[in-house]
Write a protein that binds this ligand. Sequence first.
Ligand code: C5P
Length: 223
Amino acid sequence: LSPKPLAGKRVLITAGPTFEAIDPVRGITNLSSGKMGFSLARAAREAGADVTLVAGPVHLDTPRGVRRIDVRSAQQMHDAVLPAAPLHDLFIATAAVADWRPASLSAHKIKKDGKKIAPTFELSENPDILAAVAALPDRPYCVGFAAESEKLEHHAREKLLRKRVPLIVGNLGPATFGRDDNALLLVDADGARALPEDGSRCDKQELARALMQDIARRLPVRD
Ligand code: C5P
């Protein structure tokens, strides 16, 4: 296989968590470190692609040669990704996007009221970025991720059908969040394949390289 199987290809990747503000100093977020997405961006660049990484709040250095757009909320990630997606050959959604956001943002820090009554928050559903990109008429090849604590293949296949994407990459989380190693299950319409093939755990960067090679073989050949 060519060492640069993605030469001439444009790749868009989301990574990290999102942060949904409650007030100026508080918010809802999750424990995604962004490592898998950043490793994939590095691997895609090494494979010759032009790479754009849309990152939620993470503490990671931008991989060399990768264009990075920093965002905070799911809505900002959506607004950065949607117009850019049709200009790309491949979209990989690794971000752990918050499913909900506070329905309203308080302009001031919410204070204790002195009566020991805790505030309640109404939530609104965030847009599903991957499903929105996969529904575009001029969509790139779309790859989603699934972090599950059990029944990985079952849940990954459910996402494959619900989001209408050709490939879902599953990993058994949340144990994987923040770790440097991982084990993946590639689920597509034909079946499932473990990566590494013996089901062992492997360094995320090495795994990202193997995954990018696999994805490169799935891309339609342009004439
Ligand atoms: O079922 P779930 O929504 O958790 O699916 C996870 C996959 O969908 C991941 O690829 C994630 O990046 C993507 N996703 C998204 N926008 C959301 C929720 C999930 O792009 N609002």
